[in-house]
Design a protein around this ligand. Structure first.
Ligand SMILES: [Zn+2]
Length: 264
């Protein structure tokens, strides 16, 4: 899949919201990396997203909210208008000050709340990232890569029955150059995970899958930690984490094909 400027315009909002699937995320980023206009477009989408994010926590009374909107509109007028506004403000300062202060403190409180929420989310992601790497390294230790060794997904999938309380989708990617090696049950960051093991040449790829609350938007994250590449996303109520020391471009290719095959 490749994207042009029109596609980016269409998907910029979803991308900023973390709601694009892996394939579209990669295609969008590939285009944006070579297009200044779309880089600007994406920056704007991010700005809008942050403004909207703050909104639900801004529980101002409607009358106050209306006045804040009016003030914001006034603030965005041209220099002449602003000068005139400043005069009006000066005249009405005493009358305006109380709501201005409460608006500022509400905005500050909203900002703190948003920052706390985002940091909490980041910490959760970091903890999972560490746990995924640990799971990967652990699996590379002698004799611990697979509990069921098979290149046949019709053998691997039923093996999980009774071992995990969900049914992981197991796909065959051998024609794409990523043969299935087997499966394993693992425990990742307080999740009982189905681990699916694929190979690319002599590189091992661990795919960790566990149920994620349904309705959560797909959210693609990527990180590089100590020589390992990680890509994660959620779709169809499942969190998928892939980890390997494979080159990032190859792991992205794998992720794209895995995601597509899992949702055929
Ligand atoms: Zn473009």
């Amino acid at each position: 899949m490749s994207m042009n400027c029109e596609d980016v315009e269409r998907f910029a909002g979803a991308y900023a919201d973390g709601e694009l699937d892996l394939e579209r995320t990669l295609a969008l980023e590939a285009h944006v990396s070579t297009c200044a206009a779309c880089t600007t477009r994406l920056d704007e989408a991010h700005a809008v997203k942050h403004a909207l994010r703050a909104a639900p926590y801004f529980r101002a009374p409607e009358a106050l909210a209306a006045r804040v909107r009016a003030a914001a509109a006034a603030a965005s007028t041209d220099a002449t208008g602003m000068a005139r506004q400043a005069n009006i403000l000066r005249v009405q300062r005493n009358r305006w000050r109380p709501w201005l202060l409460s608006a500022v403190s509400l905005a500050a409180a909203a900002l703190v709340f948003v920052v706390v929420l985002r940091e909490r989310a980041a910490v959760a992601d970091d903890a999972t990232t560490e746990a995924v790497i640990e799971g990967h390294v652990r699996s590379l230790m002698a004799g611990h890569l697979v509990d069921v060794a098979s290149t046949d997904r019709h053998t691997v999938k039923p093996w999980f029955a009774g071992r995990v309380d969900f049914s992981p989708t197991v796909v065959d990617l051998v024609t794409d150059g990523f043969p299935l090696v087997g499966g394993r049950v693992d425990y990742i960051d307080r999740h009982t995970a189905a681990a699916l093991i694929y190979k690319r040449r002599d590189h091992v790829i661990n795919v960790f899958v566990w149920p994620q609350a349904t309705g959560s938007p797909s959210h693609v994250t990527r990180s590089d930690v100590r020589g390992y590449h990680l890509i994660s996303w959620t779709r169809g109520g499942m969190a998928v984490w892939i980890v390997s020391d494979l080159a990032l471009s190859e792991l992205e290719d794998f992720g794209r094909k895995l995601d597509a095959a899992m949702h055929d």
